[in-house]
Design a protein around this ligand. Structure first.
Ligand code: ADP
Ligand code: MG
Length: 705
């Protein structure tokens, strides 16, 4: 249970002045995107962890005669006269002239309520005015001053003002006021960091650091190197690493079981494969089997770039579990993938006499009951499914191995739930296609044993990647037409307009209508909002070649395997993360045909965007792409924050704080090696840290083990 000490931080923000129901919802969506539970509310801590992205320095207070050419100033002046616009002309702004005896400054308001302006600036009175200076016809002016305050309030006006990331519908003033109130609720917390370490870096306490960020006192107080920001980032990284270490420790603690297998099912499977394994695949299988055959519990990560052939490695591991008399489960992040894997595995498994069952959120009623019965009785050997595999009524007869595919989409939380379900002894294999750079891998997986698929199956041709402006979309469609006439199949991925499915969808539907009228009867559409069976039907038709052009939103991003598809068109490619583009491109070049990928971009293209797209053209090496992406953008963006479900950081920014990660990992391991149960004084404080960053499950493991 969360220590009561932290209750004020997890209390709802709706108690604060100015936060009504509507704002509460808006803030929750904005500040807690990863949790994303519908109906989520905002908590004090969500406000406090929303750090400023910069600040405005208002300390410069020149006389009007000495106003600079540009910049933010604060001026003390008397209101001389109001010059409202003529009633008929809305385009002329409302002007107010103020003077400090050295000159006249105009305050300019567009589309403003006269009444509000009159109230804020009564003629003859003195006000402090702060805002950005402009010059118009040689006269100084401030358009829409940020602050207009009377003398008695001036003491309370922040002269160094934090600037926060905003979202539509949220005003800077309202957010700042809410955060200021939240700061008042901050309790005193014990120190969980090592004192010597803090001193060495000159880092303040947690509370002091939060205050320093939200009430900056110097212009550098909130920068990426600011001790306060670094301290908070380190807190978050340490919480993350501690949680992962605890998960790992508890998994390792559980008695493993030997799943040595006999090899006969595997031999049948390998005979049934239309290809032979690559050396990398064979090597990975061997490492996995060795782990499974040992008494220790397996905790292994299989990394392999898109198209490197992870699925068959998983299948062979699962078969080894079945040979040993146990069941295996393969968990994937999407419905489409679950169906696809189920289809491919079933076909192969038939040859070996292995029974495979599908279980997703869509199986309901009688079919679901039958599936559950087969799983519980052991009649089924393998289960393929989505996170529906976690549900309480899913009871395995004897689960020996769990494989999690495309794992970066699942949170640590889900992994823990699965672990609980699986009971102590289950071996775990996690597969990821996203070539996660080392730094990120640490935050997501902690220290797992790693197998890598370093080569792709032979005979794959490089994907010819081109970067093309949107203005040439008609040429692209012509080219597509020629290619389809030669029997090629193509994907057309529609832009991520906003991180809103609604808008993405509209764009995809428009494009679909256009392409469908051009390629009549050949074009299909899939998107996330479609009903499951409809999605399946379209995917199946694309797979069997009835449809040859598949228009989609990014639902096809992960794992979809249609080897015959050889053309990938991505609209507004500049809006995607590189890792995502890499994933999308990975949908082609999977067979022996020559493939191409067309990255359409909207002009004009900025320098960074240009650099990013040319990386795509230069290389198909997922690791290189990921590293470059991390350099060019923040980590959150890289994996597509909203979709990735990564335990993304709220305060740490891996592009600037990545250097702290290895230290955090070492620190976590050192702490746990000395104080495995977190019972020392620092240990107790670290428990608070874990709760603070909502790693509650990790604390529960302490009690359980
Ligand atoms: P990923 O690693 O992206 O999950 P898949 O497992 O989906 O890759 O494999 C990609 C494609 O490569 C599939 O069509 C699969 O049948 C094929 N494949 C896998 N291994 C080999 C191999 N050794 N030789 C040829 N093709 C292979
Ligand atoms: Mg895959």
């Amino acid at each position: 249970m969360r220590p009561p000490l932290l209750n004020p931080l997890f209390a709802g923000a709706s108690g604060l002045k100015g936060i009504g129901e509507k704002l509460d919802k808006l803030l929750a969506r904005f500040l807690r995107p990863v949790q994303g539970t519908p109906g989520a509310t905002t908590r004090i801590i969500d406000l406090l962890f929303h750090l400023p992205s910069g600040l405005v320095d208002r300390r410069f207070r020149p006389r009007i005669a000495d106003l600079p050419r540009e910049g933010v100033v604060t001026v003390e002046a008397t209101v001389i006269r109001h010059r409202p616009p003529p009633p008929a002309n809305k385009r002329i702004p409302y002007r107010v002239e103020v003077s400090d005896g050295t000159g006249v400054l105009s305050l300019v308001f567009f589309h403003a309520y006269a009444e509000t302006i009159r109230r804020a600036l009564p003629e003859g009175e003195t006000r402090f005015i702060s805002g950005k200076i402009d010059w118009f016809n040689g006269e100084p002016q401030v358009a829409h001053p940020d602050h207009i305050v009377a003398g008695e309030e001036f003491g309370r006006m922040p002269l160094i003002e934090p600037v926060y990331p905003l979202t539509e519908g949220l005003s800077a003033k309202v957010l700042a006021r809410s955060i200021a109130q939240a700061l008042e609720k901050l309790p005193d917390l014990p120190e969980w960091q090592d004192q010597a370490y803090l001193q060495r870096h000159g880092w303040p306490s947690f509370g002091t650091a939060l205050k320093a960020m939200h009430r900056p006192e110097t212009p550098s107080a909130t920068g990426p190197d600011a001790p306060a920001r670094r301290r908070l980032a380190y807190d978050e990284l340490l919480a993350n690493q501690l949680a992962l270490s605890l998960v790992r420790a508890s998994m390792k603690r559980a008695q493993g079981r030997r799943l040595a297998g006999t090899g006969d099912l595997r031999a049948k499977l390998i005979r049934a494969l239309p290809y032979s394994l690559t050396a990398a695949q064979a090597g990975a299988v061997e490492e996995i089997l060795r782990d499974m055959a040992s008494d220790d519990r397996m905790l292994r990560l299989l990394q392999g770039d898109v198209g490197s052939g992870k699925t068959v490695v998983a299948l062979l591991a699962l078969a080894a579990a079945v040979e040993s008399g146990a069941q295996g489960a393969l968990m994937v992040p999407t419905e489409i993938l679950a169906r696809q894997h189920h289809a491919t595995l079933s076909k192969l498994c038939e040859a070996a006499g292995i029974q495979v069952t599908l279980l997703t959120g869509r199986e309901k009623g009688k079919p679901r009951e039958e599936a559950l019965a087969r799983i519980a009785s052991g009649a089924t050997n393998l289960v393929v499914g989505t996170h529906a595999l976690f549900q309480d009524d899913v009871i395995f007869h004897d689960l020996g191995l769990v494989v999690i595919d495309e794992q970066h989409r699942f949170g640590v939380h889900q992994r823990l739930a699965l672990q609980a379900k699986a009971g102590g002894a289950t071996d775990l294999l996690v597969m990821t296609a996203t070539p996660i750079p080392r730094t990120l891998a640490l935050t997501v997986y902690g220290d797992m044993d790693v197998s890598k698929l370093t080569e792709k199956p032979a005979g794959r041709l490089p994907v010819d990647t081109r970067v093309i402006p949107m203005s040439r979309v008609d040429d692209v469609i012509e080219g597509l037409s020629r290619s389809m006439a030669q029997g090629n199949r193509a994907y057309w991925v529609c832009p991520l307009v906003e991180e809103s499915e609604q808008v993405d969808l509209a764009a995809a539907e428009d494009r679909f209508l256009q392409l469908a009228s051009r390629f009549t009867g050949k074009t299909g559409l899939v998107h996330g909002r479609m009903k499951g069976p409809d999605k399946d039907r379209v995917m199946a038709q694309f797979k069997d070649g009835t449809l040859t052009l598949l228009v989609s939103t990014t639902v096809i991003e992960v794992g979809v395997d249609v080897p015959e598809a050889t053309v990938m068109v991505i609209e507004n490619a500049e809006r995607f993360g590189l890792a995502q583009l890499h994933q999308l491109r990975g949908r082609v070049g999977r067979g022996t045909g020559k493939s191409s990928c067309l990255l359409l971009y909207q002009e004009p293209l900025g320098e960074t965007a240009k650099a990013r797209l040319s990386i795509m053209r230069e290389t198909e090496d997922g690791f290189r792409i990921a590293e470059e992406d991390l350099k060019l953008r923040g980590a959150g963006e890289m994996l597509g924050t909203r979709q990735s479900g990564l335990p993304l950081f709220r305060m740490a920014d891996l592009s600037t704080d990545g250097d702290l990660l290895a230290t955090a990992r070492d620190d976590a391991q050192l702490v746990l090696s000395r104080d495995a149960k977190l019972t020392t004084q620092r240990g107790e404080a670290l428990r608070i840290l874990l709760y603070l960053f909502e790693r509650d499950e990790a604390v529960r493991l302490l009690a359980a083990g």
